[in-house]
Design a protein around this ligand. Sequence first.
Ligand SMILES: C[S@@+](CC[C@H](N)C(=O)[O-])C[C@H]1O[C@@H](n2cnc3c(N)ncnc32)[C@H](O)[C@@H]1O
Length: 272
Amino acid sequence: MSTQTSWVPPDIDVDRASPARVYDYLLGGAWNFQADREMANAAVARMPWVRDLARYNRTFLGRAVRYCAEAGVSQFLDLGSGMPTSKSVHEMAVEIDPESRVVYVEQEQVAVAHSELILATVPGAGILGADMRAAEDVLASPVTRGLLDFAEPVAVIMASSLHYVLDADEAAALVRKYLDAVPSGSYLVVSHITDDGAEGSAEVRQLVELSRSTTAAGAARSRDWIAGLFDGLDLVDPGLVFTSQWRPNTPLRLVTDLPAHASLLAAVARKP
Ligand SMILES: C[S@@+](CC[C@H](N)C(=O)[O-])C[C@H]1O[C@@H](n2cnc3c(N)ncnc32)[C@H](O)[C@@H]1O
């Protein structure tokens, strides 16, 4: 039976889980439906630490944004931004530089609607409802051009979103397209799911299998493939590591015991 409610954009199928809303539910958010919660619970059954995975990814994003902002970057292009869960990129960036500008790009309509609501009164941030695979359109959009100056460094963020681009060559080429559009001194921030032989890889493969019944299937990739995204860039210490290991600021138990349970490899790199 349909669970359509009045605030939902009209052409949304609320009976089919979407990764944006499943992720929102795993992080404790309320912008999700029964189908998303059932999918999240199925994910927990296959990977009992999946909430940690989501939390580690989100906190990695926070530390990476802070790093870029402290390095002097005040412009952010957040591709596959999801729900504007606290703290969002613009909230973190303005803590370092109140003049920071952020463009969020997201294709999931509930996440776009939620972002529009949150950002309506935020002067330095905007949401572009678009498929990030259409890089030329994203880069040329009035939302993007109105907020970002491509003569100045931009932090290009693909946090837990590139693995939804199923064709590996297309995914790698997409990263290059965005990097080609930004000047020297810009940053690339990526986190990407991996099943590369580490602890938890079998569970990652089950998650990937489960994702096939959502609105967006995902693909796990090897450490080497993910590392290749950063070719020609200057990797920031500690390089490519699990999200929980990237400059952690809290001594979480899993960070020391089973970092591979984070399941996403992450890095930040500077364009020379
Ligand atoms: C797991 S969430 C991550 C959200 C956020 N980046 C974070 O790290 O907290 C992945 C997001 O990428 C979005 N996404 C996937 N493929 C996309 C595409 N081709 N264009 C735009 N957004 C996309 C999904 O809708 C989802 O909101």
